[in-house]
Design a protein around this ligand. Structure first.
Ligand code: ZN
Length: 483
């Protein structure tokens, strides 16, 4: 039977209560939903001589081996599929439903377990992995959407543009279900790929939207376009960002651009989601002059651990590590202790939020992807590990840098030659020489890299380089090395 997540205790319960409830939810979820119906996990538990009764707390999770992208070779093995024999292992409350007749019981089961929706990973480096949703998952997604709206202080009378591209990807559908959950008006434009930058800007003007949900780079281009077209959006007071990293420098730039279209008090709220979670987490509204307090987690729907990426051991609060995800109320495709490959700089905090007072745990600070740490041959010493995440933050945080793209090339396009890093920039200042020197200096000081070239472009050229209107996601790092 479908249980719509309630919207109460996760926000204000004490840390002890949250942990206690999570332990209880974990045990029940494993016992009645995962182990009877999941091919992969029933085998994994057997192989490791584990049962649901071994799991009553967050700490108990450490007994369970991780699941990672490479484990997901046969996605069907991760789908919860009930069969007749597993029905016999249901709790007594289920049997009470039989008094409504066997056909009613079947109907309840079908509603809860039949996959009716799918989103997939974007799969730039690996094969896309499909994640199936049942009505229960969509109820969770809608609850996540409502929470996103509440955390961003978006009321039901708001008018919002959803500029995520139409695609079977989490971001678009999270925004769709946010409008359902919050019962508010959202115009789903399909983003730049469907309506172009101009079409989106016109729509925002036409419906007098006071909020927009979009990817940061697209939002940047949209605001640039509005400024060029002398549009005014004084009513705009909410920007919800998702789909890619949002460095502090990006927020500063968006705020500056907003002021130029007459929007002087804009809340910029960032979200963090991934396909495997089947929902997104959100920051609350950051008061002016303060730093964001992190992504607020939903402890009734998931346990999030932060582990040492090398040893896999959970780290203490506020220490950096890799984000590991375990759902507590998922159906359809279900992964346990999933290693996201995302590194969180400030770790997890269980202290109440300094901005909104909610007590749910929070993920704090910059998020970087392990896959963005690449081995490059940049000098005679072969194979330096280069963290492209750090380069991104560095560029975004440099005053004077508007938009940017990092291009990896080979010297003379020779596959055997050294790797080169070229930086493409849109400048906010006229003094290109000074900005170029500044970028080179900060790169040299903070990374092992000196950019091979720094090239300046017009904003329109950067639109083209980023593939705005062509790509599902703007291209900020491009690898043009011949393979
Ligand atoms: Zn908060």
């Amino acid at each position: 039977m479908i249980h719509a997540p309630t919207n109460s205790w996760w926000q204000h319960a004490s840390t002890d209560t949250i942990r206690e409830k999570q332990g209880m939810l974990l045990h029940r979820f494993l016992k009645y939903r995962v182990l009877p119906f999941s091919k992969y996990y029933s085998q994994l538990f057997q192989e490791n001589k584990l049962s649901a009764d071994d799991f009553h707390s967050i700490e108990d999770l450490a007994k369970l081996p991780f699941t990672s992208k490479s484990t997901l070779e046969n996605p069907k093995d991760f789908v919860l599929i009930p069969d007749k024999s597993s029905l016999m292992r249901q709790p007594a409350s289920w049997w009470k439903l039989l008094r409504h007749g066997p056909s009613k019981l079947t109907q309840y089961f079908e509603q809860e377990f039949r996959p009716i929706h799918l989103t997939s990973t974007t799969g730039r480096s690996a094969q896309p992995v499909p994640f199936l949703y049942t009505k229960q998952d969509l109820a969770n997604l809608e609850a996540g959407g409502l929470r996103l709206m509440q955390l961003s202080n978006t009321n039901s009378d708001a008018k919002i543009i959803n500029a995520f591209p139409f695609a079977p990807h989490l971001a678009f559908w999270q925004a769709w279900y946010a409008s359902l959950g919050n019962n508010c008006f959202v115009l789903h434009t399909g983003g730049g790929k469907v309506m172009g930058t101009h079409g989106n800007a016109q729509m925002l003007s036409k419906i007098n939207a006071n909020g927009i949900i979009a990817m940061p780079t697209f939002m940047y281009h949209l605001l640039q376009h509005a400024i060029e077209e002398k549009m005014q959006w004084p009513q705009l007071n909410k920007i919800v960002l998702g789909g890619e990293k949002v460095p502090l420098g990006m927020r500063r730039k968006l705020r500056e651009l907003c002021a130029k279209v007459g929007a002087r008090h804009v809340d910029i709220v960032s979200t963090y989601g991934f396909t495997e979670a089947k929902l997104a987490f959100s920051e609350c509204v950051t008061p002016e002059g303060h730093e964001p307090s992190g992504y607020h987690l939903y402890p009734d729907l998931a346990i999030v651990e932060v582990v040492d990426p090398e040893s896999g051991t959970p780290v203490p609060d506020r220490e950096p590590g890799e984000i590991v995800f375990t759902p507590l109320n998922s159906r359809g495709t279900t992964v346990l202790r999933y290693r996201t490959g995302d590194l969180i700089e400030g770790g997890i905090s269980h202290a109440p939020c300094p901005h909104c007072g909610r007590t749910s745990p929070r993920l704090i600070g910059k998020i970087s992807r392990v896959s963005d740490i690449k081995r490059l041959n940049i000098n005679k010493v072969k194979g330096s590990l280069i963290d492209l995440n750090a380069l991104e933050h560095l560029l975004e945080d440099t005053q004077g840098v508007g938009a940017w793209q990092i291009e990896l090339r080979k010297e003379n396009d020779d596959p055997l030659a050294l790797d080169e890093v070229h930086i493409h920039l849109v400048s906010n200042t006229d003094d290109h020489a000074a900005l170029s020197a500044e970028v080179t200096r900060t790169f040299r000081d903070q990374t092992e890299i000196t950019p091979n070239t720094i090239q300046f472009h017009s904003w329109q050229e950067m639109l083209h380089l980023h593939g705005v209107g062509k790509e599902l996601k703007e291209i900020k790092i491009v690898d043009n090395r011949p393979s």
